[in-house]
Design a protein. Sequence first.
Length: 344
Amino acid sequence: MFANLEETRHVLVGQSPRTRQVLRLIEKLGKCRWPALLLGETGTGKEVVARAIHNISPSGPFVVVDCSSMVGPLMESELFGHVKGAFTGAATTKIGLIEAANNGTAFLDEIGELPLDLQAKLLRVLQDKEFRPVGSLSSRRSDFRIIAATNRDLAKEVEKGTFRRDLYFRLNVINIRLSALRERKEDIPALIQHFLTQVGGNYTVTAEALEVMLSYDWPGNVRELENCVQHMVAVNSGPLLHVADLPSSLQNHLIQKKSQYLTATAFAGPGPHPGVVDSPESFSPRGAAVPQPVPGVIPLMELERRAILNALEYTRGDRAVAAHLLGIGRTTLYRKLKEYHLAN
Ligand SMILES: Nc1ncnc2c1ncn2[C@@H]1O[C@H](COP(=O)(O)OP(=O)(O)OP(=O)(O)O)[C@@H](O)[C@H]1O
Ligand SMILES: [Mg+2]
């Protein structure tokens, strides 16, 4: 059904224990035709997983039914089709998505959006494999594997009466919960590599940029990471992708992180401060007296270290230009990099 390129676009990437567990479930589910319910925040890969299950032993078509994009009276016709003249504008007979999925897999995305009357009709197809197109007097048959996805709490919707209990039990034979990306950050490097390979070219993300990416929470999950990589490639012709190439959401995150760090170091009392990762002492040049932190005072050597880091970030690691901007000689910059343990 899918061209090779399309198939490779839907490979599930990641080596975290959570992703490996999902891969094992995909493997098992792919060999049978049981229903599956995929749960997870937006962008966590629910559609990728659904396609991967289908592709284990592909038979018939993989049909996506996006319940959130179908609205109003045409929804039933989208799902079950209609006969000619069923309603104004129904000039020809049309096959619905449920019939199109016959012998294959129907992926019902955002199933929580399906209104109660259509939930009842869907249940009937799942139980009896029969449905009636809009305006038709006779039933038609469709036999397919159903994979449903939602980022809503369906059990709660059942309690509220907005989702049918019988349909919920029918769908929830096996559920796969996809973790948010912030809960499986080990997957981030492999995902970055995967998206870089997809765009082609010979790009590498610098260690500094990777560090920022690893410290970010990714509310849009893998989709946001994919967009981020595409943004970096679009603004930089490479091969190195730097902190400066990150999109505004990550730049804002970086600014926030820096200001938290500055506040923490500037107002750290004597002794270790819980919010400070690196204490000012660790930045002291070898042999220099270690200053005692005092609230509101930033040691000069700490200011100097930050100035050097800023200059290097601004020049994307170009030490000659950084030295020029800092108003010091190149040799002095090299010495200071060594002193502050920044040379590598
Ligand atoms: N583990 C993964 N490996 C490779 N690509 C992934 C992975 N997870 C997600 N993606 C990519 O991230 C994007 C979003 O994935 P997908 O559409 O499957 O998310 P979703 O959970 O269905 O999101 P939504 O709830 O918004 O529909 C896609 O481009 C997909 O290819
Ligand atoms: Mg989706």
